[in-house]
Design a protein around this ligand. Structure first.
Ligand SMILES: [Zn+2]
Length: 71
């Protein structure tokens, strides 16, 4: 049988879980909003020489600076 004190503990635990879920959802929403710029303007860098390839076409197979094969 569940007593009055146990109901208070259960209600408190449910409240804590709800608060944690809300905080996690808000954090995720804020994080995804701040990452939008990175998605729209991705910075591509050659893994070998470290040169910025963002201004070059997406379909280039090799780095024009060091001719390293790009993934
Ligand atoms: Zn390179």
């Amino acid at each position: 049988m569940i007593t009055g004190v146990e109901w208070i503990i259960i209600a408190f635990l449910v409240l804590v879980v709800v608060i944690v879920v809300v905080v996690l959802l808000l954090t995720k929403l804020l994080a995804s909003k701040s990452e939008e710029k990175e998605v729209y303007y991705p910075t591509r860098i050659c893994p070998k020489c470290g040169r910025n390839l963002s201004q070059l076409p997406d379909d280039i197979k090799n780095c024009p600076y060091c001719s390293n094969e790009l993934a």
